[in-house]
Design a protein around this ligand. Structure first.
Ligand code: FES
Length: 154
């Protein structure tokens, strides 16, 4: 069930669109911000609230890789695996993260601190390799600066 606050925020966004379906991605983002991820139940609740089918909401949710359809850790590390980052050392960066966090892509650390996921180009190819942690961009990565970058995420 959507909370009163989630509904309030969705309705504020809905005022900007001519059709209720158009607010779907905003509704998904709002629910994710409150709950950390979007469950099947939340997909059904959003669909009901917007007068859409759950299948349509789910197809939108799964199209966007920043909508998490499974539980994630407190912080999500998204590692760019597009061409510039590959050339500039993606494999070394991923190997370091794998060793440091003890997880593969798609997994969460046992303390729920980090989830690691791949992502396409983050738009800072001239500062590759790059990753994004929550909303923060980290570029010109090296094993040394990765360790210090991760320290601030508790
Ligand atoms: S390829 Fe990684 S930021 Fe563009």
């Amino acid at each position: 069930m959507l909370t009163a606050e989630e509904i309030r925020e969705i309705e504020i966004e809905a005022e900007h669109y001519p059709k209720r379906e158009a607010v779907c991605i905003d509704a998904l983002k709002i629910v994710q911000r409150h709950r950390g991820w979007v469950s099947d139940e939340s997909v059904r609740d959003i669909a009901e609230h917007l007068g859409m089918s759950a299948t349509d909401v789910d197809s939108i949710a799964t199209f966007y890789n920043l909508i998490f359809r499974r539980p994630v850790g407190r912080h999500v590390v998204m590692v760019c695996d597009s061409v510039s980052c590959w050339i500039m050392g993606y494999e070394r960066i991923r190997a370091h993260l794998r060793e440091r966090l003890g997880i593969e892509h798609g997994q969460t650390t046992s303390d729920d601190r980090f989830t690691m996921l791949p992502i396409v180009c983050l738009g800072c190819c001239d500062h590759a390799p790059a990753m994004m942690v929550d909303g923060d961009l980290h570029s010109d990565l090296s094993p040394q600066n990765i360790d210090s970058a991760l320290e601030k995420y508790k």
